[in-house]
Ligand binder design. Structure first.
Ligand SMILES: [Zn+2]
Length: 560
């Protein structure tokens, strides 16, 4: 009810307390990112949603149903950074979850920053096991937005009023929080090692009391010894008869069918199971609520920015696929989590004071074996195996050993010293690799920094160029064929990251009482979101933003 107090203040001190009387500005912008939400899942599951979650946003907002990421590497950090900055990875610099640090000669995790270690949450210890090869790279442990090369909308909002706006990013994943919080915000994420929401010394010297209090209750541990069960009558699900399919992953006893049984923290993957199940999103929403209340977001004239990135849909997709009973169930559960969260925000901030934005960092392919059943030629390729085979063939052909130094999606990195020492032209090695990879099932494109003439004008050329940063991108970009699989190693039914439509197609919904509801089918880019928000709020455009404005967001309803 803080907004009531604000109204009283405005009446008593008109034009004195506040720098402007522009009361139409939202007091709080809530940007929701659903990790891995392909746009059509909203349509497919619509009948299973209540009125207060996804449908509330759709019915009170503009839904851009043909929105796409325009870059090639549809990975989590790339998408989040693009949503936050309105820039392409070529400008914001987050070209992949992992890239080669050329100065140090080692692979680096995107938001890794040894100078800003993760702040230990008192009483929470534990290493946990890691199923994400990108996270396993992040050995130094620190986290910050230092590697983001341009400003975010949140940064510009903060600057627009001399730092009176508060900017906070919360996520089930570190990269989902850090990218959206930008350089000027505060980021918190769920640790799959300890179950706590943690931050780094970039943001705080010590945890704020409210975060300590939230963690001290150890809410993730509530599901120890319980199971994730279907919330509704099994007959109400489209995928009721498809609960167990080959290539679904049983993550250390979590199982491939309902009910999915949670283990214990000693198992090493318990908090990863937490992230997969509905409790992952529930905890994320609950932590965001604590932030709203403690930081009094939306509590004064200066608009605040809260990013909430939900990770469970993505996790479910990776282990069970997007066309699975688990996916249908997690979407219903997220819908309920959102409805509860929106009710809370109504109470705390007032629904007319909030502008909501919903999108996703990438979409999701189907499981390769499912597409094979439907008649498609698909392949499961593994980078490590491809690297080994390429190096053997290059050694036999050119006498260069270990010419491919690293192959971490999507880039293949050559050992230039090794190649130069043998006197072979790098271009010859590139041609050999391109010919070899593109002759394989499951790979559509292998494009060097300087494409070969026959690659110029290919539909993937532009997305690959938008992904290119000279210090971070590798020598050859490798794009998998539609619905084929490309992954380092580890348990995964499905991997996103391709430049194809199922991976680029995400919803954009902008919702609030100042917006005339409609559905827009025009092709738009996710780079349009951040500039649109800057224009709506009167802030400087994010520094590297490429997008235009989503004009329908500026059309007000006839009656408010
Ligand atoms: Zn993601």
């Amino acid at each position: 009810m803080r907004w009531l107090i604000y109204c009283v203040c405005l009446a008593v001190f008109p034009g004195q307390v506040f720098a402007s009387e522009d009361t139409d500005k939202p007091r709080l912008i809530v940007q929701i990112t659903v990790d891995g939400l392909r746009n059509d899942l909203l349509t497919r599951y619509r009948s299973g949603f209540g009125s207060g979650g996804f449908l509330r946003l759709i019915e009170n907002g503009v839904w851009y149903t043909n929105a796409h990421h325009l870059h090639a590497n549809t990975e989590t950090i790339v998408g989040h950074a693009t949503l936050a900055t309105g820039a392409h990875p070529a400008q914001h610099g987050m070209v992949g979850n992992v890239w080669l640090d050329q100065a140090r000669g080692i692979l680096r995790y995107n938001i890794e920053d040894p100078e800003h270690p993760v702040l230990q949450v008192p009483g929470f210890q534990g290493e946990g096991d890691q199923v994400d090869p990108a996270q396993a790279i992040a050995r130094a442990g620190g986290r910050s937005p230092k590697n983001m090369l341009v400003s975010t909308f949140g940064d510009e909002l903060y600057k627009s009023n001399n730092g009176r706006s508060k900017v906070i990013g919360v996520s089930g994943k570190d990269r989902g929080a850090v990218a959206m919080a930008g350089h000027t915000g505060k980021a918190f994420w769920l640790s799959t090692a300890t179950g706590a929401f943690e931050t780094s010394t970039y943001y705080y010297d010590a945890y704020p009391d409210w975060a300590l209090a939230w963690n001290a209750k150890r809410p993730a541990d509530a599901v120890i010894g319980t199971a994730w069960e279907l919330a509704d009558d099994p007959r109400s699900y489209l995928f009721a008869d498809n609960d167990d399919r080959p290539y679904e992953v049983d993550l250390r006893g979590f199982g491939r069918t309902f009910p999915h049984t949670y283990g214990t923290p000693e198992d090493g993957l318990f908090y990863t199971q937490v992230l997969i199940g509905p409790i992952g999103d529930e905890l994320t929403a609950d932590f965001a609520k604590a932030a709203i209340r403690a930081e009094e977001l939306g509590g004064d004239y200066y608009p605040d920015f809260l990013s909430v990135s939900f990770s469970s849909v993505d996790a479910v997709n990776h282990f069970f696929g997007p066309s699975s009973l688990e996916n249908e169930e997690i979407m219903r559960r997220l819908d309920r989590t959102l409805a509860d969260f929106f009710s809370f925000v109504d109470e705390e901030v007032g629904h007319e004071n909030v502008l909501y934005v919903l999108s996703a960092d990438h979409g999701m392919p189907e499981m390769p074996e499912y597409m094979a059943q439907l008649g498609f030629t698909v392949e499961r390729n593994f980078n490590g195996e491809l690297q080994e085979e390429l190096n053997e063939r290059i050694a036999a052909e050119f006498g260069v050993s270990e010419a491919v130094k690293y192959f971490f999606r999507p880039y293949l990195y050559l050992d230039h010293d090794e190649i130069d020492a043998t006197g072979v032209a790098v271009r010859e090695i590139e041609q050999f690799i391109v010919d070899d990879l593109m002759a394989r099932d499951g790979i559509t494109m292998a494009m060097p920094r300087e494409p070969f003439p026959e690659q110029i004008g290919h539909m993937l050329e532009e997305p690959i160029r938008r992904n290119f940063h000279p210090q971070r991108s590798g020598d050859i970009y490798v794009a998998q064929s539609p619905y084929s699989f490309l992954f380092e190693k580890g348990p995964a039914a499905v991997m996103h990251g391709s430049p194809w439509r199922f991976d680029t197609h995400v919803p954009i919904i902008v919702s609030g009482t100042t917006i005339a509801p409609r559905i827009v089918n025009r092709f738009v880019g996710t780079v349009d979101i951040a500039p649109t928000l800057s224009l709506k709020l009167g802030a400087t455009l994010p520094s590297g933003s490429s997008g235009g404005s989503l004009t329908e967001v500026f059309i007000e309803p006839l009656t408010k």
